[in-house]
Design a protein around this ligand. Sequence first.
Ligand SMILES: Nc1ncnc2c1ncn2[C@@H]1O[C@H](COP(=O)(O)OP(=O)(O)O)[C@@H](O)[C@H]1O
Ligand SMILES: [Mg+2]
Length: 232
Amino acid sequence: MNSSVIEAKSLTKAFGTTTALAGVDLTVQRGESVAIMGASGSGKTTLLHVLAGITAPDAGRVLFSPVTGPAADVTTMNERDRSRLRRESFGFVFQQGLLIPELTAIENIALALMINATPRRTAIERAAGWMASLGLAGFEDRRIGELSGGQAQRVAIARSQVTGAELVFADEPTGALDSQTSADVMSALLWSTTGQGRTLIVVTHDADVASRCSRTVHVRDGRITAAAGAQA
Ligand SMILES: Nc1ncnc2c1ncn2[C@@H]1O[C@H](COP(=O)(O)OP(=O)(O)O)[C@@H](O)[C@H]1O
Ligand SMILES: [Mg+2]
């Protein structure tokens, strides 16, 4: 399928006198995996947050086209709709999983469904399914501190996917992992997203991670400097 899932136009964002985004245009097609690379401070995280409706840009627009229903501008919808979009249509994976240490692995995943009003039992069942798919069967009742870094990131991936999110944003998801674990986590992330017809936008410093994506864009001083073509 060749239809855009998210389309950013002329995005700008400043924090005080710092220009984080200096006019970014980016279109991502459904089913793509796009790596965003660039030096520290180049604006990658800001771009991800603006695309995901976490941060409002100073100017520009972000058009999200869901599988069903009309396209909507993430930057102008009201906060309630934007919040629902983030909960239901978008998934997030961060460098440190940002998991809740007091909850078990399975509860962390199920919580993403329960805040969308899914009954606990159904949520736990679906969470267990994702854990099994990501090689985490048997770890359901571990607390986050009792998991390895790679296992914790797979819990974070399951959490980002259990809602059926069609667009997943990952910000340096392998940044804290060794290279073998990083490769495994990237496999899990790709299998869960593009492997299911979903779309992945991943910020990374790691050329190995980027090379596994269908496309890489480079950000420098708040601008996209080059967009490499689709890789084999
Ligand atoms: N909340 C913020 N307040 C002030 N400055 C910020 C904030 N977020 C980002 N910046 C600045 O914007 C620039 C881009 O930051 P960021 O998007 O986090 O870059 P990257 O993720 O590529 O390292 C940096 O100069 C950073 O210091
Ligand atoms: Mg960053």
